[in-house]
Design a protein around this ligand. Structure first.
Ligand code: B12
Length: 227
């Protein structure tokens, strides 16, 4: 019974995003919480899954920018309700890892970046979010200000992802031990390597495992006195 309800509400969250129906999303999100379902699951399998379909519709020219913007509003309305219920993982020793995150200059796509951010926060990272359309120099400044272990950059356009290379160069020049993680639809493992980054992930859950791997590498290096 509860599995049926869960399925029904996931469908509502997803369809609400696809049909840019904020009220439908809000209602489903509230019910999701009332039923005691996992907020993370609602976000990834409901809201984000809906946005994936929106991406396909956009690519097929069935949706245009105004529709996509309304879909994003519906997704964010659901996120506002679900986010406060996301469980922070306190079971393991709380990570002391700090991450600077943002979408690079010229690029206003922030949905994926915000989902990755949420994943990091859930795992206990301290996240410094610079937002979207972030001037490249700002990533360097924020890393230095916060002494963060990782800088995570998002880009959703082939025209803006080239800026990532400059950020990697500038950060490595100032502090070669900072680890840089890249992501976003046009990126790939190969491009990330070519740009000189330390990691790449295709989605939010891989972003978290990659960040955890990076932090433990840093800790190991510190222990051995290599940095
Ligand atoms: C939503 C959307 C918009 C919205 C953005 C709203 C917002 N607040 O983000 C609006 C309508 C504003 C928009 C505008 C434009 N868009 Co647009 N948009 C999209 C769309 C449909 C979906 C993106 C999305 O949110 N996906 C859902 C999320 C959950 O997935 P995601 O972003 O991929 O993120 C996941 C991974 O990539 C990864 N990830 C993301 N970031 C990071 C970071 C790190 C560190 C890591 C590890 C992982 C990671 O994890 C995320 C979660 O799993 C895509 C199409 C598509 N299929 O991707 C086009 C798309 C990105 N847009 C595109 C274009 C061209 C534009 C416009 C130029 C359109 C126009 N003519 O005006 C403008 C650009 C404005 C600008 N200067 O940035 C193109 C880019 C083409 C290219 N290769 O360069 C795309 C691919 C559509 C297309 N096929 O033409 N867009």
């Amino acid at each position: 019974m509860s599995e049926d309800k869960k399925k029904e509400l996931l469908e509502e969250l997803k369809e609400g995003v696809i049909n840019y129906d904020e009220e439908r999303v809000k209602k489903a999100a509230e019910e999701w919480i009332k039923n005691g379902f996992d907020a993370n699951e609602g976000i990834f399998e409901g809201l984000a899954a809906g946005m994936e379909v929106v991406g396909d519709l956009f690519e097929k020219n069935e949706y245009f920018v105004p529709e996509v913007l309304m879909c994003a509003d519906a997704l964010y309305a659901g996120l506002d309700i679900l986010r406060p219920h996301v469980k922070i993982d306190e079971s393991k020793e709380r990570l002391k890892g700090e991450v600077v995150i943002g979408t690079v200059e010229g690029d206003v796509h922030d949905i994926g970046k915000n989902i990755v951010k949420l994943m990091f926060e859930t795992a206990g990272f301290t996240v410094h979010d610079l937002g979207k359309d972030v001037p490249l120099e700002k990533f360097v400044e924020e890393q230095m200000r916060t002494d963060s272990d990782i800088v995570a950059l998002s880009a959703m356009m082939t025209t803006t992802m080239v800026g990532m290379k400059k950020v990697v160069e500038k950060i490595k020049e100032k502090n070669p031990n900072v680890l840089i993680l890249l992501g976003g639809a046009p990126l790939s493992e190969d491009i990330a390597k070519k740009y000189g980054a330390d990691g790449y992930a295709p989605d939010a859950s891989n972003a978290l495992s990659e960040a955890l791997r990076m932090v433990s590498t840093l800790r190991e290096m510190k222990k051995k006195g290599e940095i």
